[in-house]
Design a protein around this ligand. Structure first.
Ligand code: GLU
Length: 355
């Protein structure tokens, strides 16, 4: 090869390298924080329903979707590797602290959390109240393990990374991406035990869609979130207050409610029937609890509609709070954070309407 041809080859190679580096640098930097779930699960058969969640580490979850490299610069971290029925506040705190740190130090443009679907909505809601930045935080998971026919995890992860890297996803609070749809943390819930279209926001619908990584939003959440964060995390010391949920039903034993109220709790969520209604006997127990300083929040076991103040229950008289349209499990998280901040009842009630 003559000298001028060699020089030209080097020059073309140089240009190609510069172009590749520049393109890579333009890609958003996304941290994937893995917590386990079916998206990290595996089964022996592609057609059998038996499998084990949370067996694959984060590297394996990421390397199963090499196409991620085309849309983002990815960094993976293992927060825990559990089925999400084992999720607990200590992992929520760890996640929130890490996400706030990544954003504070400008180490990520967006964060994706891989999570079991059973309690995914609770983690999303906790983070919506505790992450103090407007950059995208997106939770995703899967209903089928990677070993199953028509596994949904790879596309869910790809779509979640696309949303986390999208400018339009900023300032919308914590998001959930499942089955091509984008949901807000407040309203999203798991509505099906086994179907890949398991998630929905029955009150407000999805915020948008993501189709093969193409992100489109139709609307935005109208509540406060993330950068108006309810709790600045460094304030956390020790444990969050214990808040149980009691599920109402016909013939509920008031003594059982009384026993729970006499345990060491600062607040309680009563998932009542209808518009958050307790039976007369349970109402008396809750009224006594409220009078001795336990914060009582009325929520509902009904899937749709808010719990409203002073309808059949005289909330003003008993000092009760209503959950608005938050599910009992999300009402509990808001109450844990509000009690941690030692807010008074009128302020806590305001939070249920504003967040
Ligand atoms: N129960 C498991 C979990 O929540 C599996 C459910 C899932 O991830 O789809 O982690």
């Amino acid at each position: 090869m003559n000298k001028s041809l060699l020089t030209r080859c080097f020059f073309v190679l140089y240009l190609l390298t510069i172009t590749c580096l520049a393109t890579a640098a333009e890609l958003p930097e996304i941290s994937i924080l893995a917590t386990g779930g079916t998206i990290a699960g595996s089964g022996a058969s592609a057609t059998g329903s038996a499998y084990k969640a949370a067996v694959n580490p984060v590297d394996k979850v990421i390397s199963a979707v090499p196409q991620l490299e085309q849309i983002a610069r990815i960094r993976g971290e293992q927060i825990c590797n559990i089925s999400s029925q084992d999720m607990k506040p200590e992992y929520w705190l760890k996640l929130a602290a890490r996400i706030n740190q990544l954003f504070r130090l400008n180490l990520a443009d967006g964060v994706v959390i891989t999570h079991g679907t059973d309690t995914l909505e609770e983690t999303a809601w906790f983070l919506n109240l505790t992450v103090a930045y407007d950059k995208p935080v997106v939770l995703t998971g899967s209903m089928r393990p990677g070993s199953a026919l028509s596994a949904d995890g790879a596309m869910n992860l790809y779509n979640a990374v696309a949303v986390a890297g999208a400018r339009e996803a900023r300032n919308k609070g914590v998001l959930v991406v499942m089955n091509d749809r984008i949901y807000s943390a407040r309203g999203v819930r798991k509505c099906d035990t086994i179907n890949p279209a398991a998630f929905d926001d029955r009150e407000n619908g999805a915020l948008g869609r993501v189709n093969y990584g193409k992100v489109s939003f139709n609307t935005r959440p109208d509540k406060k979130h993330t950068y108006q964060s309810l709790v600045k995390l460094p304030l956390f010391a020790g444990k969050l207050p214990e808040v149980p949920i009691i599920y109402g039903y016909a013939g509920i034993d008031p003594q059982m409610v009384e026993t729970i109220c006499q345990s060491n709790i600062r607040g309680i969520v009563y998932a009542g029937v209808g518009n958050g209604n307790p039976s007369e006997e349970v109402l008396n127990v809750l009224a006594k609890a409220s009078a001795v300083g336990i914060t009582v929040v009325r929520a509902t076991r009904v899937p749709d509609g808010p719990v409203t103040l002073d309808a059949e229950v005289d909330d003003a008289k008993y000092g009760f709070i209503v959950s608005d349209s938050l599910t009992p499990q999300k009402a509990r998280i808001l109450l844990m954070l509000a009690l941690h901040k030692d807010l008074d009842r009128s302020e806590i009630q305001r939070l249920y309407f504003e967040y």
